[in-house]
Design a protein. Structure first.
Length: 164
């Protein structure tokens, strides 16, 4: 999936579409991490020592960060957008449609999709640029839940629409 997301990011840049990377960087020695959700409780030890310059919180090489991209780190929560400046910044840039890619269709993608729609954005999700576990759950989420709040497409279809 990473090479596909990298291709999507490159095509977006070529089309003049703003690429935004939503990252997670624990703050205050990890004390900003949510301890209520079982998922976060299981990864707290893995995150010890992570800071803004740690390799674990950087955008992966396959996607990269280009000049003009925005990297917006959050310091808490499971949602990549809740309680952040993301939607305010996008509105300031005149953005009306958000394309979601990455992980995971289990938690982050559905949360961000619903929050974006609630904030008045159209949402597009390329099915080959998202992942979850197990794979059949990801397909089911796209078909049976996310299709009710977003346009489900593919990277090829999206890139072709930008070329028009």
């Amino acid at each position: 999936m990473l090479p596909t997301v990298g291709r999507l990011a490159g095509a977006a840049r070529d089309a003049g579409v703003v690429v935004v990377h939503l990252t997670y960087v624990p703050a205050a020695g990890g004390r900003s991490s949510n301890r209520k959700a079982p998922l976060m409780g299981r990864v707290l030890d893995l995150q010890s020592g992570w800071g803004p310059d740690s390799p674990e919180v950087q955008v992966v090489r396959e996607i990269g960060v280009a000049e003009g991209d925005l990297v917006l780190p959050r310091h808490s929560g499971l949602s990549p957008t809740h309680g952040t400046e993301t939607f305010k910044i996008l509105r300031n840039l005149g953005v009306t449609t958000v394309v979601l890619a990455g992980v995971s269709t289990n938690i982050a993608i559905p949360l961000a999709a619903v929050e974006a729609v609630d904030e008045g954005f159209e949402v597009v999700i390329p099915s080959d640029a998202v992942a979850g576990t197990p794979a059949e759950h990801s397909s089911s989420m796209l078909r049976n839940s996310l299709a009710f709040v977003a346009t489900i497409t593919t990277v090829d279809e999206l890139v072709a629409s930008w070329a028009r």
